[in-house]
Design a protein. Structure first.
Ligand code: GCO
Length: 432
């Protein structure tokens, strides 16, 4: 495997998100986001950790960009913190925050790393949550589009690749932001825009019709919900059957807006589960019940793959191949970017042992080999982003999980490249 195993111009990067790496959570003029409030309620996060400091990329961004360049990456996918730009979600601009992103973007450009800006990664301004319940109110569409427009206008001269949302829930809101970009900025700034969807593969547990249909329901309720309207202007058949009249119909104008509304789709691909048709409602846990499918990590007592540190992350490289091939077959020639792929080690990994991440190297090698196979067979994939550049704040798991190819010592915020970082360096070396 080498850079040359992939099509010409294929983009290799790493991904992070603002809340997980930036730190300076309540500083630099940034307004609180919903996660700031959530993590401060005891009992939610492992060890009651917070992301107040995290990897402090806010102050270490040069070091981090230098690492990217040193490991031969082409691109960096970062997210912009909405409440660092608009502390109240709308209205007043925090120029100190704008300056920070300008510094980061300028340094990326200077180092020859292409910036991929993601406008939303779970960190809704708390002010909008309090004002009107955030995403439960349609006003969010306008406010989000205004925020997005500010970013296009301010950073779009240098950021040519945008993602609207990580793992969205409200299609219409996406449509609005994309529409503004298309109408006002795209031609001028010559950029592209897309969304990010998490898509773990669902493999039928048996070859029975019922299990196949259950797996299809799981895929449709997970990504078909978004990809179908984008491609075909309506929700997938399984959703129409199950949700029935409660499923909103798109108006003609909305169909136009979401239909084909993205230049690319980012897919976050990590793992695979077996799916079977639930034989009784008690088979289905509440988390899964709305998908009407039962999940399993083993078949006939054989685990689907080795488990990483996170409870949900089983290492199943062939799931990458199936995911990408499925998108091609079901949705046609969509331009796909693998926007996240990676695995975690336990948070208590210490130095220097924590740097010997041979399992992670094998993970990347095996998943990328499967990706290459799908591309060789005609899948239209144009980029790959490893999650993540750095160990970071892993949401509910706090710092008990390390996803980085670079180890962060949280005592002093020093960065130590793991063996996987050097593996990438070699893989991505430009011959000639
Ligand atoms: C998500 C993310 C990341 C996670 C990563 C590992 O999908 O939740 O985009 O923020 O940290 O997926 O769990």
């Amino acid at each position: 495997l080498s850079r040359d195993s992939f099509p010409k111009g294929f983009v290799f990067g790493t991904a992070t998100s603002a809340y997980q790496v930036e730190g300076m959570a309540n500083k630099g003029g940034r307004g609180p986001c919903i996660w700031d409030v959530y993590v401060k309620q005891p009992g939610h996060i492992a060890n009651n950790d917070t992301a107040d400091v995290a990897g402090d990329q806010y102050h270490h961004y040069k070091e981090d960009v230098d690492l990217l360049a040193n490991f031969n990456f082409d691109a960096y996918r970062f997210s912009i913190s909405w409440s660092r730009i608009f502390p109240e979600g709308v209205g007043r601009v925090n120029w100190e925050g704008v300056d920070y992103y300008n510094r980061l973007i300028n340094y990326l450009v200077k180092k020859g790393i292409t910036p991929y800006g993601n406008l939303y990664h779970y960190d809704l301004p708390q002010a909008l949550q309090e004002k009107y319940n955030g995403f439960l109110n349609r006003q969010i569409m306008e406010d989000y589009a205004d925020y997005a427009e500010f970013c296009f206008k301010t950073f779009g001269d240098r950021v040519k690749n945008w993602f609207t949302f990580n793992e969205p829930r409200i299609v219409a809101a996406l449509g609005f932001a994309v529409k503004r970009y298309r109408e006002k900025y795209q031609a001028k700034q010559k950029g592209s825009i897309g969304i990010l969807l998490d898509f773990n593969w669902y493999e039928p547990l048996t070859r029975s019709k019922a299990d196949n249909y259950a797996a299809q329901r799981a895929r449709d309720f997970h990504v078909g919900w978004f990809l179908h309207p984008i491609r075909y202007g309506e929700y997938p058949r399984t959703m129409q059957e199950i949700v029935g009249k409660r499923l909103p119909k798109f108006t003609e104008e909305e169909v136009k807006m979401v239909n084909g509304s993205f230049d690319y789709v980012g897919i976050n691909q990590y793992t695979t589960s077996y799916i079977s048709n639930p034989t009784s409602p008690s088979n289905v846990t509440s988390y899964q019940s709305d998908w009407n499918a039962a999940f399993a990590n083993a078949k006939n007592g054989v685990q689907i793959g080795p488990r990483a540190n996170s409870w949900w992350l089983y290492i199943v490289p062939w799931g990458m191949y199936k995911t990408v091939t499925y998108i091609k077959e079901r949705y046609g020639d969509m331009n796909v970017i693998i926007s996240e792929n990676g695995m975690d080690d336990p948070g208590n990994a210490t130095l220097p042992n924590g740097l010997k991440d041979t399992t992670r190297i094998k993970f990347f090698k095996d998943y990328m080999t499967q990706l290459k196979k799908a591309i060789d067979e005609g899948a239209n994939v144009t980029g790959y982003f490893a999650w993540s550049l750095l160990d970071n704040f892993e949401w509910l798991l706090g710092y008990t999980s390390r996803f980085g190819i670079v180890y962060v010592d949280y005592n002093n915020l020093k960065r130590y490249p793991k063996m996987s970082a050097y593996w990438f360096k070699q893989l991505l070396e430009k011959k000639q």
